[in-house]
Design a protein around this ligand. Structure first.
Ligand code: FMN
Length: 186
C-alpha cells in the first residue's frame, strides 16, 4: 500500500541532491549560501541554473552582481553546508565568521570557494520566478576543478572525492564507490 498525500506541505521527497555553495560579490559584500536546488540546462553553451528564494541575501547579491559562482563541496565539508545554509548573511558576515577560504576567479569578480572540489564561474543570463523561488541561469565561463577529483572526461572520481548529498531536514549522506557500474545498452 502506498501512502497518498495531497495538500502537500513538506515537499522534499525528491532528495538526495548534491550540495553547492552559491553566491558572489556585489560592491564590497561577498556572500554564499548552501543550495541543493540546481541543475544544468545546456551543454552548448554551458548553462547552469540555481533556485533561490527572494528571502536570501544571496538573491540580492546575485541580482546586483549579474554573476555568481557555484562551488561543490565534499562530504568531509558538511559543516560548511550547515553554516552557509542555516545562517544568513542578512545577520552576519559568514565568510569572516566561518573562515571560508576564497580564491580569485579567472573572468568574473566574484570569488570561488577554495574548499570546493569543483567551482563554476557563471555570468547571469536570465532570472525567472517559479512559485516562492527564482531561477537564476548563468553561462558557465570557467570551471575550476581539483585534478584528482575528475577523469579526463569530467566524470567524478568517487574513490577520491565523496560528493555531499542532501536528504532534507538537515540530513546528509554520501555515495558508496563500491556500487559504481559502467553500463551500456549492449
Ligand atoms: C543543504 C541546504 C540546501 C539548501 N538549498 C537551498 C536552495 O536550493 N535554495 C534556497 O533558496 N535556499 C536553500 N537553502 C537555504 C539557504 O541556504 C539558507 O536560507 C541560507 O541561510 C541563506 O543564506 P543568505 O541569506 O546568506 O543568502 C538550503 C539550505 C541547506 C542547509
Amino acid at each position: 500500500m502506498k501512502k497518498i498525500t495531497n495538500g502537500i506541505k513538506k515537499f522534499q521527497h525528491f532528495y538526495p541532491y548534491t550540495v553547492a555553495l552559491v553566491g558572489g560579490q556585489s560592491g564590497g559584500q561577498i556572500n554564499y549560501m548552501a543550495c541543493a536546488w540546481h541543475t544544468a540546462f545546456s551543454f552548448d553553451p554551458p548553462l547552469f541554473g540555481v533556485l533561490i528564494s527572494k528571502k536570501r541575501l544571496t538573491h540580492k547579491i546575485i541580482s546586483e552582481a549579474r554573476e555568481f559562482t557555484v562551488n561543490f563541496i565534499s562530504a568531509e565539508r558538511v559543516k560548511l553546508s550547515a553554516q552557509m545554509g542555516r545562517k544568513s548573511g542578512h545577520d552576519m558576515d559568514k565568510i569572516k565568521e566561518f573562515e571560508v577560504k576564497l580564491s580569485p576567479s579567472k573572468i568574473i569578480k566574484s570569488p570561488v570557494i577554495e574548499e570546493a572540489y569543483v567551482s563554476f564561474e557563471c555570468k547571469l543570463t536570465d532570472i525567472k520566478a517559479y512559485g516562492d523561488h527564482d531561477l537564476f541561469v548563468g553561462e558557465v565561463l570557467v570551471i575550476h576543478e581539483e585534478e584528482k577529483s575528475f577523469d579526463s572526461e569530467g566524470v567524478l572520481n568517487t574513490g577520491k572525492t565523496h560528493p555531499l548529498l542532501y536528504l532534507g531536514s538537515d540530513f546528509y549522506i554520501t555515495i558508496n564507490p563500491d556500487t559504481l557500474k559502467h553500463v551500456l545498452p549492449d
